[in-house]
Design a protein around this ligand. Structure first.
Ligand code: KG4
Ligand code: ZN
Length: 345
C-alpha cells in the first residue's frame, strides 16, 4: 500500500511516498532555513508563501523518485496540526484535494504522532522488526517535549512534558544568546564538539522537577543568560571568545541531555515497556542519543531514527497515516474539514 505524506507545519515543505507504513520510497524536504536565518526564527507569513511555491515541485519530485504515479497512491496523509496555521493549510489543502480528486481516502495526521512513527521508517526491506508495544516515546522538537507511553497504535498515555520551553526552543534561544547560527540545535552541537581538549564544559543547573515526568528548560536558559552577561557586560556575545562559547554550549547540552536521559530511563523502569524511542528534531543530537542509550536498562530495545528522519519530514506523516488509516476520511465523505487524530495531550 502506497501512502503519500505531506507536511508543511513549520518551515519545511515535505512530501514523501512510503510503502506499507515503513519503507521510504521517496522523501523530499525543501528546507526554508536559509530564508528565516536572518530573522533568527521562523516568520509565519514568509513560511506560508514559500510553501505555496515549493509544494508542487516537491510533490512532483516525490512521485518521480518513488517511481509511482498519483494513480498508484492508495491513501493520502497530511499534517493537520499542531503547527503554523497558514503553513499547515498549504499541505492540508493539497492533500485533501488530491484525495478527493483521485477518490482516495484521506488521513489527517497529528504532527507529534508523525514524529512517533519516524521510529517505524526504514530505507528498504528486509529490515529490523518494527518497534514492539508498549513503547515509551520521548518526543523532543522545536515546539514540544513530551514523554508518552504508546500502549497500542493510536493509544497514548502522556506521562509528562515541558512546563515552559520545549527542548528545541531552549536550544534555539541559547544559540541566539551565544551568537550562534539559527537553528541553535545543530549550532550548539557543533560548538560543543569544538571545545578544546582539556577545557571543561561550564557546569549549569538541572531542573529535575521531581515526583513526575515533567521537564523545565527556562531556568537553564536564564542561567546561560546570566553567564553571558557576567562574562560580557555589554551583552555583545560575539565578543565572548570562542572557547567560552564552546564551553557554555557544551555545558548547556550536557544539562539537557542529562535530564532527558535520566527521566526517560526512570520511566522505562517504572512502566514495563518493550522498547524506548527517541524522536523529533532534538533527537538528531548525538550527545542526547548516546546519553539516553547509556541510561536505559541494559538490553532495552532503543529506536532512534537517523538524524534526517528526526527533523521534520513527510515520510513520518505517511507512516502515521498508514497505521491510523482506519480513521481516514473515505472518498465519499463530504468536503468538510475533519479534526485531526489528536494525541490526548
Ligand atoms: O522536529 P523539528 O524538525 O521541528 C518541529 O516540529 O519543531 O525540530 C526542530 C528543532 C529545532 O529547535 C532545532 O534547533 C532542533 O530541532 N535540532 C537540534 C538538532 N537538530 C535540530 N537540537 C539539538 N541538536 C541537534 N543536532
Ligand atoms: Zn516536528
Amino acid at each position: 500500500m502506497n501512502v503519500l505524506g505531506i507536511d508543511t507545519s513549520c518551515d519545511d515543505t515535505a512530501v514523501a511516498v512510503v510503502a506499507d507504513g515503513r519503507v521510504i520510497r521517496s522523501s523530499i524536504v525543501a528546507s526554508q532555513q536559509g530564508l528565516h536565518a536572518e530573522h533568527g526564527g521562523v516568520v509565519p507569513e514568509v513560511a506560508s508563501r514559500r510553501h505555496l511555491e515549493a509544494i508542487r515541485p516537491a510533490l512532483e519530485r516525490a512521485l518521480v523518485e518513488a517511481s509511482v504515479t498519483l494513480d498508484e497512491i492508495d491513501l493520502v496523509a497530511a499534517t493537520v496540526g499542531p503547527g503554523l496555521a497558514g503553513s499547515l493549510m498549504v499541505g492540508y489543502n493539497l492533500g485533501r484535494a488530491l484525495a478527493l480528486g483521485r477518490r482516495r481516502p484521506f488521513a489527517p495526521v497529528n504532527h507529534l504522532e508523525g514524529h512517533i512513527y519516524s521510529a517505524w521508517l526504514i530505507a528498504s526491506e528486509p529490515s529490523e522488526p518494527a518497534p514492539a508495544l508498549p513503547l515509551l516515546v520521548l518526543i523532543v522538537s522545536g515546539g514540544h517535549t513530551e514523554l508518552v507511553l504508546m500502549r497500542d497504535h493510536g493509544v497514548y498515555q502522556r506521562l509528562g512534558g515541558t512546563r515552559d520551553d520545549a527542548a528545541g526552543e531552549a536550544f534555539d534561544k541559547v544559540g541566539r544568546l551565544l551568537g550562534l547560527d539559527y537553528p541553535g540545535g545543530p549550532a550548539i552541537q557543533r560548538a560543543a564538539a569544538a571545545l578544546p581538549e582539556g577545557v571543561e564544559p561550564v557546569t549549569l543547573p538541572r531542573a529535575w522537577m521531581r515526583g513526575g515526568y515533567d521537564f523545565s528548560f527556562s531556568g537553564l536558559k536564564t542561567a546561560v543568560l546570566h553567564l553571558v552577561r557576567e562574562r560580557q557586560p555589554r551583552l555583545d556575545s560575539t565578543q565572548l571568545d570562542s572557547t567560552q562559547v564552546d564551553a557554555i554550549a557544551a555545558g548547556f547540552q550536557d544539562s539537557v541531555a542529562d535530564v532527558l536521559a535520566t527521566k526517560t530511563a526512570a520511566a522505562a523502569r517504572e512502566y514495563d515497556v518493550r522498547g524506548v524511542a527517541l524522536c523529533g528534531g532534538v533527537a538528531a543530537n548525538s550527545t542526547i542519543r548516546e546519553r539516553l542509550w547509556r541510561a536505559l536498562p541494559a538490553g532495552t530495545p532503543f529506536h532512534v531514527p537517523p538524524p534526517h528522519l528526526c527533523t521534520d519530514n513527510a515520510a513520518m506523516i505517511a507512516a502515521a497515516g498508514y497505521y491510523r488509516r482506519s480513521g481516514a476520511i473515505e472518498p465519499a465523505a463530504s468536503g468538510d474539514i475533519q479534526p485531526g487524530l489528536a494525541l490526548p495531550v
